[in-house]
Design a protein around this ligand. Structure first.
Ligand SMILES: NC(=O)c1ccc[n+]([C@@H]2O[C@H](COP(=O)([O-])OP(=O)(O)OC[C@H]3O[C@@H](n4cnc5c(N)ncnc54)[C@H](OP(=O)(O)O)[C@@H]3O)[C@@H](O)[C@H]2O)c1
Length: 337
């Protein structure tokens, strides 16, 4: 039911990628859930060198998957990870980069990384081009199958293209609340053959039933409700809490008509309107994934899409700018998480 999409002539993934951020607080009990996600059609998983236990958990998952899953499913599993450059100070040395990639190989227990994504937050840190070139060399040496980047807008991708290192993906935020990738990035990525993988389709869970008619957790700090400050900041960019509540009501009405959840409608909108070929989703349990699967069956009419678009404001920035602007609320929110 979850289609496969092609990132390179020799590389296809499941259109939904199971995000690893949610797995950080889980123990090995998560492995059974991850096996179940594979049986339901997600065969691509993502983690990061910065997610605690993320890579080693997926390494243990791979070992179990080999024993427990039918060989046709197991052979289609991929794990995407990242190399994250330091956010302050001097350029990362060749040795630290190689060590990080070797640690990923060791923790995932694989001979080659399926997709290694470069995360580079602070461009005052030198060594960007050198790091990307080294990653290109490690690919030629067989440690990496494909290379991606994350949270890069057009101005940074210009520097990527200039290195001639073959980059097949760029991972960026995209949802009903955050359509910045539609501004310049999607046309640029298409021109240079870079596949966009998008995250945040559910705005970290805000685009879900439990927030309908709820108090703004930022205004009621003692409410005890867990929420992501990053995505709460995205709600402000889209018009604020009242605007967001109007959007939830619209999504709920559409969902009732389709017999699915508002979260499935939010995911459907990303699949139908988004610039990404693949969508990273923070559904780490089979129950959450089953709730979202109607997104692959329903179709949003032009009237539905107009009703959704009318509720929210659109920001005219390229992606990656606000995330790196020390004066923006998004920057502050990312660093408070
Ligand atoms: N490159 C980057 O900078 C970056 C940044 C962020 C994320 N990512 C990647 O993208 C992945 C996904 O992004 P994300 O986790 O930020 O956003 P997301 O997919 O928009 O939201 C995930 C959250 O939605 C809730 N959820 C899941 N299934 C649901 C359902 N069926 N109904 C209602 N709520 C549901 C869960 O929260 P509750 O269970 O708490 O309700 C979950 O934590 C991450 O795991 C990570 O791998 C990358």
């Amino acid at each position: 039911m979850i289609p496969k999409v092609q990132l390179a002539p020799d590389y296809s993934i499941s259109q939904l990628i199971a995000g690893g951020w949610q797995l950080q607080k889980r123990s090995d009990d998560a492995i059974e859930d991850l096996l179940q996600l594979s049986r339901l059609g997600i065969t691509t998983y993502e983690t990061s060198d910065t997610y605690s236990y993320g890579q080693s958990l997926l390494g243990r998952f791979l070992s179990r998957a080999q024993q427990s899953l039918p060989s046709d499913i197991f052979s289609g599993i991929q794990i995407h990870t990242r190399y994250t450059a330091p956010t302050t100070g001097s350029a990362p040395s060749k040795a630290t980069i190689v060590d990080s990639i070797d640690r990923s190989l060791k923790e995932l227990k694989v001979p080659r990384l399926d997709l290694l994504q470069l995360q580079w937050w602070n461009f005052n840190v030198p060594g960007f081009e050198e790091t990307l070139s080294l990653i290109g060399d490690l690919r030629k040496a067989g440690k990496i199958h494909h290379i991606g980047v994350t949270n890069f807008g057009v101005h940074i991708l210009d520097r990527v293209i200039a290195t001639n290192v073959p980059v097949v993906t760029n991972q960026v935020q995209y949802s009903i609340l955050d359509r910045r990738a539609d501004n310049q990035l999607s046309a640029y990525a298409e021109r240079y053959g870079i596949n966009l993988l998008t995250y945040g389709a559910l705005a970290g869970g805000f685009l879900g039933r439990k927030w309908i008619s709820a108090h703004d957790p930022a205004a009621v700090p003692m409410s005890g409700k867990r929420f992501s400050h990053e995505y709460r900041s995205i709600i402000d960019l889209a018009g604020g809490w009242n605007t967001f509540q109007n959007l939830l009501r619209v999504l709920n009405t559409i969902a009732s008509r389709h017999g699915c959840s508002p979260s499935a409608v939010a995911l459907r909108w990303v699949l139908q309107k988004g610039p990404g070929i693949g969508v990273l989703i923070g559904a780490s349990s089979p129950k959450q994934l089953l709730d979202l699967l109607p997104a692959f069956k329903i179709d949003l009419s032009p009237t539905d899409v107009t009703a959704i678009h009318k509720t929210v404001q659109h920001v005219n920035e390229d992606v990656g700018i606000l995330e790196r602007d020390v004066n923006s609320s998004l920057f502050a929110a990312i660093h408070s998480n």
